[in-house]
Design a protein around this ligand. Structure first.
Ligand code: SF4
Length: 348
């Protein structure tokens, strides 16, 4: 994803390094598992915001592990558990993925979640004072958070219940590991019977997606990382989406992107589009960036990979970049009013 934007920027999600904090890399658990499996090769994969800690973590591990164990670091971009470095994974006995909860369990992979130790309750108190409709007004609340704050989820729920709220939570589908957890592409955990949702977590990337996916709900953002309380406002996002769809309506030749990242493939959707449109070309790629598309010179693109590349980075592509549903709107198969946020279900 791009380095310029602020909305949707993973550097603001709580995995950022804005304030220095120590993460628990669970080195003892990794060493134990490496020894148990007699592994001689270990791969480490960090999300973008934590890559610069990689060499130090590798050093610490090398100190603990026998000399013949080879520790390697993935340099591939990484934004989620959908994004495992399969090349390195195939070449290592143990593969450690830091910072995301499992999208799918596998014997070889050790997921280290890196829970945040930031205190969430002062900002929840502020959210309650400033934006949440009080429990006395007969208003329930839905509660969601990201993997980084999952270790505090039950405490958050009790905290709200002590203040009189009926708290609605649910575990989403298989793409999500925990009850109340959201991903940038999946908000099934917010399908609850409450008109207001409290999102506790860093940045606006997740709550904006949540508000787009659930336009009927008020999404209150209690951000303990940037210490702010706001209400998710999707207006600017929606305007951008409408503008992209309009621009694409004149497109004659389409590029249909199939993302080869392990947890981002939507093969059937991509296939269906090219099967029905002679002027659509299936393009396979891992990282979807504006530069990589420029030389194709097509009029517009449909991204069947990570929906946040389309919605958050969309304006940076030189040609319109649409979600699969937006493509259908652009070619006149669906109404503009039907436009919905593109979510991603299932796992890899
Ligand atoms: S596909 Fe989902 S989990 Fe993967 S980077 Fe995009 S938003 Fe995150």
């Amino acid at each position: 994803m791009s380095q310029e934007r602020t909305e949707g920027d993973l550097r603001n999600t709580g995995l950022s390094l804005k304030h220095d904090r120590e993460w628990d890399y669970e080195l003892d658990r990794i060493v134990e598992e490496v020894q148990e499996r007699d592994a001689t090769t270990v791969g480490l994969q960090f999300p973008e915001g934590l890559k610069r800690r990689g060499p130090a973590v590798a050093d610490d591990l090398r100190e603990e592990l026998p000399d013949d164990v080879n520790v390697m670091i993935s340099g591939q971009p990484c934004y989620g558990a959908c994004d495992l470095d399969t090349y390195l994974m195939r070449r290592t006995d143990v593969f450690v993925h830091f910072g995301h909860s499992p999208m799918k369990e596998s014997d070889k992979i050790i997921y280290v979640p890196l829970f945040s130790n930031v205190d969430v309750f002062p900002i929840m108190e502020q959210a309650l004072d400033e934006e949440l409709v009080p429990a006395e007004d007969d208003e329930d609340v839905g509660l969601v958070t990201t993997a980084q704050h999952m270790n505090k989820f039950e405490e958050m729920r009790s905290w709200l219940e002590e203040r009189g709220y009926e708290v609605h939570t649910r575990k989403g589908d298989d793409r999500l590991t925990h009850e109340g957890q959201v991903l940038g592409c999946n908000y099934a955990s917010a399908d609850v019977d409450a008109d207001q949702i409290l999102y506790v977590g860093g940045g606006k990337f997740h709550p904006l997606g949540l508000a787009m996916e659930h336009p009927d709900k008020k999404v209150v953002i209690a951000d303990p990382v940037n210490n702010s309380v706001t209400v998710a406002d999707t207006e600017q996002f929606m305007k951008q989406r409408y503008a992209s769809v309009h621009k694409a309506m004149d497109a004659e030749e389409w590029g249909v992107i199939f993302c080869t990242k392990i947890g981002q493939g939507r093969w059937e959707i991509a296939q269906e589009i090219v099967a029905e449109n002679d002027d659509a070309y299936l393009i396979t790629m891992d990282e979807v960036t504006p530069d990589r598309l420029t030389n194709f010179g097509l009029d517009a693109y449909v991204n069947t990979g990570c929906p946040r590349i389309t919605t958050d980075d969309g304006p940076q592509f030189k040609k319109p970049m649409l979600t699969p549903q937006e493509y259908k709107i652009a070619i006149g198969e669906e109404d503009l009013e039907a436009l919905e946020f593109d979510t991603f279900h299932g796992t890899w």
